[in-house]
Design a binder for this molecule. Structure first.
Ligand SMILES: *[C@@H]1O[C@H](CO)[C@@H](O)[C@H](O)[C@H]1NC(C)=O
Ligand SMILES: *[C@@H]1O[C@H](CO)[C@@H](O)[C@H](O)[C@H]1NC(C)=O
Length: 211
């Protein structure tokens, strides 16, 4: 009888293993260098988050896009971002990120407010950008993580979405997702500077994708 129980347990255990995503295979951090496939324009398709406190901020983002480029300084990349908020306002800015190994450290200055983000990038579909963004409080403590999947056009195959969900599960994100629209804000770089909103209406302080 005891032996039977063991066999049943073993069978259940192997079932559980079989149905679990292979996280080692699915979640491979990118070492960031000038050849990393992170450069160029990216349109956000879906976001996940792991802290309830981050939910309202991400839900207020209707669309988001980035332009990641190398800077003149080695180990520094430049991120231009433009978010459309649900009140139909565009918010945009430019930030420098310093790269060390597998992590990027970015300081965003938005309307005079500073926020800190540690980013990690992972292997993903071709023409996709997968990033895990930890928002840091001024004392260095984590406020929580976002998980973002960008693509070149904003479009994504169903199977690629399934992979994203499995990757999010591997990284212990709850299965809640925010799908963003492709109604992108215009590129404001020609006319405005860092952190300047290009609408006249007052709005709450919102960070790129987050608060
Ligand atoms: C974005 O805004 C459009 C137009 O107001 C709306 O139809 C759509 O549901 C919004 N999408 C998201 C993800 O907020
Ligand atoms: C980013 O770095 C470049 C080069 O060091 C500098 O000229 C620029 O002002 C920086 N931009 C921001 C937004 O900090």
């Amino acid at each position: 009888m005891a032996a039977q129980q063991v066999i049943v347990l073993l069978a259940l255990a192997s079932l559980a293993v079989a149905s679990k995503p292979d996280c080692k295979e699915l979640v491979k951090p990118l070492v960031l260098d000038s050849h990393s496939p992170i450069y160029g324009k990216w349109v956000l398709h879906v976001a996940s988050w792991d802290d309830p406190g981050l939910k309202d901020d991400i839900l207020s983002v209707n669309s988001s896009w980035l332009d990641v480029s190398a800077s003149s300084e080695s180990g520094v990349i430049t991120i231009y971002w433009a978010d459309r908020l649900n009140e139909n306002k565009c918010l945009q800015g430019i930030a420098n990120a310093t790269i060390s190994g597998m992590t990027s450290h970015t300081t965003y200055n938005i309307n005079g407010h500073t926020s800190y983000h540690d980013g990690k990038y992972y292997e993903t579909c071709s023409n996709c950008l997968l990033s895990e963004d930890t928002t840091l409080l001024p004392d260095g403590k984590s406020k929580g993580r976002y998980f973002f999947l960008f693509t070149r056009t904003g479009a994504l195959e169903g199977s690629e979405l399934e992979t994203f969900k499995n990757q999010a599960e591997c990284l212990k994100f709850p299965s809640e997702y925010h799908f963003t629209s492709k109604d992108l804000c215009p590129d404001g770089r020609a006319t405005t500077s860092t952190g300047v909103k290009n609408t006249e209406k007052e709005q709450p302080e919102i960070e790129p994708n987050v608060q």
